[in-house]
Design a protein around this ligand. Structure first.
Ligand code: UTP
Length: 289
């Protein structure tokens, strides 16, 4: 069996244009779903899946993201004075979620370029997770853990998270073509970024969860531009199709696109309904609408 997945890359250097003006000064990943920034939910998912090192690919203006996970002695001291012990525990938990590293993407040249910026963290033939925090997933078993299970089942294959989308929406997503259906996963035979409806090989869209073999960097380093004149991660996925192969799975869970206004509100409502403290009152508020 191959090694376990111990590192996750979080590409968070995008401009977040769909969420302007909020994202003019606040990184999209720091907007909150319930009482935690989007990035924390993603890091919790990784930590619960056994991942130990969190690598943020950021633009330089986003150091605030790393700050969120650092120990805050001053705040802890003040909370201690006020005897708010439960709150101390709450903020202490952030820096215990793993080891944190930062790498800068100097210009948003695309998701593929962002992932490539983290290449120095990996050896040859090493697999790692990629988590796009704005694809927030509410699930019993963490989504990335479900992908790690398939990675193990396929003896170290790369794995893509999938979601079925209506056929008339396929042109908004990266879509897979597959040749074989196995129990719980598919063997991928092709991928295409934002295809025309008439040319889409399936309605199975790629969600922001991946287990990738480090050989993907050979392709990413070529810097080939794809859809939207950006270096797309999707375009390099095909380089992983040789043994041990590229697989995909429709994980159990509900995904919210927190990079869009509607997805963000939907995530907040769903996480709120899932929260013991506010669940009842929130339901009443919704009923009254
Ligand atoms: P998005 O497609 O959501 O782009 O990127 P965006 O810039 O964040 O948001 P919009 O579309 O302008 O509103 C998907 C993920 O890839 C990261 C983003 O931060 C996000 O987590 N990304 C994208 C980078 O890190 N670098 C890039 O060059 C592009």
């Amino acid at each position: 069996m191959k090694h376990s997945i111990s590192k996750a890359v979080f590409p968070i250097a995008g401009l977040g244009t769909r969420f302007l003006p909020a994202t003019k000064s606040v990184p999209k990943e720091m907007l909150t779903i319930l009482d935690r920034p989007i990035i924390e939910w993603a890091v919790i998912e990784a930590s619960k899946s056994g991942i130990e090192e969190m690598i943020f690919v950021t633009s330089s203006r986003k150091n605030i993201v790393l700050e969120h996970f650092e120990k805050s002695e001053m705040l802890e001291l003040n909370l201690k004075k006020k005897k708010k012990i439960d709150k101390i525990k709450l903020i202490e938990s952030q820096n215990q979620l793993g080891k944190f590293s930062l790498v800068i993407q100097d210009e948003p040249k695309g998701l593929g370029h962002a992932v490539c910026c983290a290449s120095n963290f990996f050896n040859e033939d090493q697999s790692f997770a990629v988590i796009l925090p704005d694809d927030l997933i509410l699930s019993k078993t963490p989504a990335i853990k479900q992908l790690i299970e398939i990675y193990k089942k396929t003896n170290g294959g790369s794995v893509i998270g999938l979601e079925k989308v209506p056929v008339n929406k396929v042109s908004n997503y990266g879509v897979i073509e597959y040749k074989k259906k196995n129990k719980n996963f598919l063997t991928v035979s092709g991928v295409v970024e934002k295809p025309k409806k008439s040319e889409a090989p399936s309605n199975l869209s790629i969600v922001g969860r991946y287990i990738l073999n480090s050989k993907i960097f050979q392709s990413l380093k070529l810097g080939k531009k794809g859809f939207g004149n950006e270096i797309q991660l999707t375009d390099s996925l095909v380089s992983l199709m040789d043994s041990p192969g590229l697989y995909a799975t429709e994980f159990d869970g509900k995904r919210f696109d927190c990079g869009s206004k509607l997805g963000f509100i939907e995530a907040n409502v769903n996480f709120g309904i899932n929260d013991n403290e506010i669940n009842k009152n929130l339901r009443q508020i919704i009923k009254k609408l």
